[in-house]
Design a protein around this ligand. Structure first.
Ligand code: HEM
Ligand SMILES: *[C@@H]1O[C@H](CO)[C@@H](O)[C@H](O)[C@H]1NC(C)=O
Ligand SMILES: *[C@@H]1O[C@H](CO)[C@@H](O)[C@H](O)[C@H]1NC(C)=O
Ligand SMILES: *[C@@H]1O[C@H](CO)[C@@H](O)[C@H](O)[C@H]1NC(C)=O
Ligand SMILES: *[C@@H]1O[C@H](CO)[C@@H](O)[C@H](O)[C@H]1NC(C)=O
Ligand SMILES: *[C@@H]1O[C@H](CO)[C@@H](O)[C@H](O)[C@H]1NC(C)=O
Ligand SMILES: *[C@@H]1O[C@H](CO)[C@@H](O)[C@H](O)[C@H]1NC(C)=O
Ligand SMILES: *[C@@H]1O[C@H](CO)[C@@H](O)[C@H](O)[C@H]1NC(C)=O
Ligand SMILES: *[C@@H]1O[C@H](CO)[C@@H](O)[C@H](O)[C@H]1NC(C)=O
Ligand SMILES: *[C@@H]1O[C@H](CO)[C@@H](O)[C@H](O)[C@H]1NC(C)=O
Length: 524
């Protein structure tokens, strides 16, 4: 196992991250499984992409005539969360501090966009995905799925535990103050012009929260009286620039009656219109500039935070592995996502090696039909997999490989390693359901130096941050064999039964979700 993991770091696959990696698996799911199977925090809840399909959709008012959109709210939220960044001391940045009521209550964060956004996306946070990662991915999807360029997404943001110091620019501030604000956050004046144009390709200014900028529009097709930044306010394009340069813009931060609050006018004109003119002349330049700058905006994080590599979809991704020891048998459930495919008739074969060096194989049927994202032709996937495949648990499993229409997928020879050192055993049982009392049996493979075995449960604290609880499973005083290859370690649970197994083998933590959720308890 150690040798295999070492090889993984020496020979990363050319395309996608290297399996196994629980954080990148979770981030790949967040980033790419946008709609349909595997896109929600649990099987029946919708993916983030659902809330911007179509891009005119607005959760809080589904009439279609509100003048607002989730896509615009999500982009503004990511910007306001980031805009507190101070590059001198490395504080602030995209860290989900905007989720705190105290930060939302500031004049610089007026409006319900932030709470709306948090309410839609933060439920996708988990042990490997921060709330800040969900805010970043929401902004990425808003741009990409609504006509904008692709944006490189990295994960690994860390959620703030308290509000950041204030620092979001406001429309009545001077140009010098805006230049200084963006400089504090690490952006030049030209980058400021560009970023504002990128963001203000969406949405507009609401009368309700900026009554001095936008009058009551009394428009039945714009019931929240949002005066939009350009004529195409639910999708990305360079009209924000071309309408400005043509002098036809209705952007309320350009043509507002009170010049004090015309911040876009001051910002856009601050280089003699050079940047805006270049965007008006080239939709491609605007798109590529926004692609780069929005990625940088989303990657603006407190000092010390290490972001992951850019999250690309694993072409053939085994995931949601549940394997349980049932006496002599291993019972194995797995999803395999085939990226960029809608073909449900492919020949997908799983091959696996056991501890004896033998190889077994089975053909995986297509199932859980549907695509990861219905929005964009690039983002399609078909799910193959197997439920409760039963094979010799004594022989066990070490590594999987796949063939797709005959082509071998083995991570350039590494294979897809699977740990079977610790597994739930179906001998686990329930003494009582109310109150809960259950005995969890963990099967530990003989010859494995299990220095610690534990059960792990993730809950969320009052700020929405994940909290991982561990309960140690003590080694048995007297070994109880499950079969010739496994012995049982046990503990009693008295709270809930949603635990995964984790372990340290030879003192080193192994990947916990390779183990599985406690389930299907029989009575003791
Ligand atoms: C000096 C800098 C900026 C100022 C003063 C500013 C100001 C404003 C104001 C007053 C609104 C109206 C909010 C509402 O009524 O809901 C707004 C909306 C918006 N801003 Fe900015 N903004 C700035 C920069 C940015 C940047 C850099 C981005 C993103 C890259 C951005 C993205 C948005 C979006 C998407 C909306 C529309 C929100 C919606 O319609 O729900 N803004 N901005
Ligand atoms: C940024 O951080 C530095 C160092 O702590 C501090 O001196 C400066 O005042 C901060 N800037 C702003 C605008 O808060
Ligand atoms: C934010 O939304 C939550 C959930 O709907 C709600 O309970 C809370 O009151 C809202 N907070 C604000 C400041 O509107
Ligand atoms: C213009 O806006 C500024 C800032 O909000 C405000 O102080 C000022 O009174 C406004 N002027 C007029 C004429 O409304
Ligand atoms: C920038 O373009 C706008 C719209 O055409 C125009 O009103 C403004 O005078 C220009 N500003 C400069 C500095 O050229
Ligand atoms: C998706 O598959 C099609 C056809 O198989 C191929 O032409 C295209 O390049 C692929 N796209 C990506 C993003 O891999
Ligand atoms: C799906 O894949 C199978 C096996 O390679 C192939 O025979 C079939 O033509 C494909 N179907 C489509 C619609 O591409
Ligand atoms: C090989 O896999 C099949 C299920 O596809 C199973 O019935 C059989 O017992 C396995 N053989 C061994 C040695 O595990
Ligand atoms: C688990 O609970 C059962 C039933 O109350 C009890 O007999 C057993 O001793 C307990 N085991 C442990 C390890 O606490
Ligand atoms: C088990 O691993 C621990 C921690 O690395 C080590 O100290 C111990 O010697 C190992 N025991 C065996 C039997 O290898």
């Amino acid at each position: 196992m150690f040798i295999l993991l070492l090889a993984a770091t020496l020979f990363p696959t050319a395309n996608g991250w290297t399996y196994p990696n629980l954080q990148l698996d979770a981030l790949d799911t967040l980033r790419w499984d946008q709609i349909g199977y595997n896109s929600g925090p649990n099987p029946n809840s919708p993916g983030i992409g659902t809330f911007i399909a179509p891009c005119t959709f607005f959760t809080s008012d589904t009439s279609g005539n509100s003048g607002r959109s989730n896509a615009a709210d999500w982009i503004r939220t990511a910007y306001h969360d980031m805009a507190t960044y101070n590059q001198t001391d490395g504080t602030g940045g995209l860290d989900a501090s905007i989720r705190f009521g105290a930060e939302q209550a500031r004049p610089e964060n007026v409006g319900d966009a932030f709470n709306n956004t948090i309410n839609v996306v933060s439920g996708h946070a988990n042990r490997y995905v921060s709330v800040a990662d969900t805010l970043a991915v929401a902004a990425v999807m808003a741009f990409e799925n609504c006509g904008g360029p692709q944006i490189a997404f990295r994960g690994g943001r860390v959620d703030a535990t308290e509000p950041n110091v204030p620092g979001v620019p406001q429309p009545q501030d001077t140009l010098d103050a805006h230049i200084a604000d963006f400089a504090r956050s690490g952006f030049t004046q030209t980058e400021m012009i560009s970023l504002v144009a990128c963001g203000h390709s969406f949405g507009g200014v609401q009368h309700a929260i900026f009554p001095d900028i936008v009058p009551d529009l009394d428009d039945p097709t714009d019931t929240q009286s949002v005066q939009h930044f350009d004529t195409t306010f639910t999708n990305f394009d360079n009209n924000i620039a071309s309408e400005y340069i043509a002098g036809t813009t209705q952007n309320p931060l350009v043509v507002g009656s009170n010049i004090t609050t015309n911040s876009d006018q001051r910002i856009f004109g601050s280089d003699g219109n050079a940047t805006m003119l270049s965007f008006a002349n080239s939709a491609e330049l605007f798109a590529s500039t926004c692609s780069t700058l929005i990625a940088r905006m989303l990657d603006t994080v407190p000092s010390g935070v290490q972001l992951t590599e850019v999250v690309t979809p694993l072409p053939v991704k085994p995931t949601n592995l549940v394997h349980i020891l049932d006496g002599d048998n291993m019972v194995f459930t797995l999803d395999v996502r085939i990226w960029n495919s809608t073909n449900t008739s492919m020949a997908v074969v799983m091959l696996w090696d056991d501890h004896n060096g033998a190889t077994n194989s089975t053909t995986l049927p297509a199932r859980r039909l549907g695509t990861s994202s219905a929005i964009n032709d690039l983002y399609k996937a078909t799910w193959y997999g197997v439920d409760e495949l039963t094979f010799d648990g004594v022989a066990g499993i070490t590594t999987m490989r796949f063939t797709v229409n005959g082509d071998l997928e083995d991570q350039n020879g590494l294979g897809f390693p699977v740990q079977d050192s610790v597994l739930f055993s179906t001998s686990s049982c329930s003494f009582s359901r109310n109150p809960i009392l259950a005995r969890i049996d963990v099967a530990v493979r003989n010859g494995v130096n299990a220095t610690r075995v534990f059960l792990e449960h993730t809950s969320f604290d009052s700020t929405g941050a994940p909290v991982v609880t561990r309960i140690d499973v003590p080694p048995p005083t007297q070994a109880v064999a499950v079969n010739s290859a496994y012995s049982v370690w046990s503990t009693n649970l008295t709270d809930n039964l949603f635990y995964t197994i984790g372990a340290e083998i030879d003192g080193t933590l192994i990947n916990p979700t390779w183990a599985n959720q406690a389930q299907n308890f029989k009575s003791c």
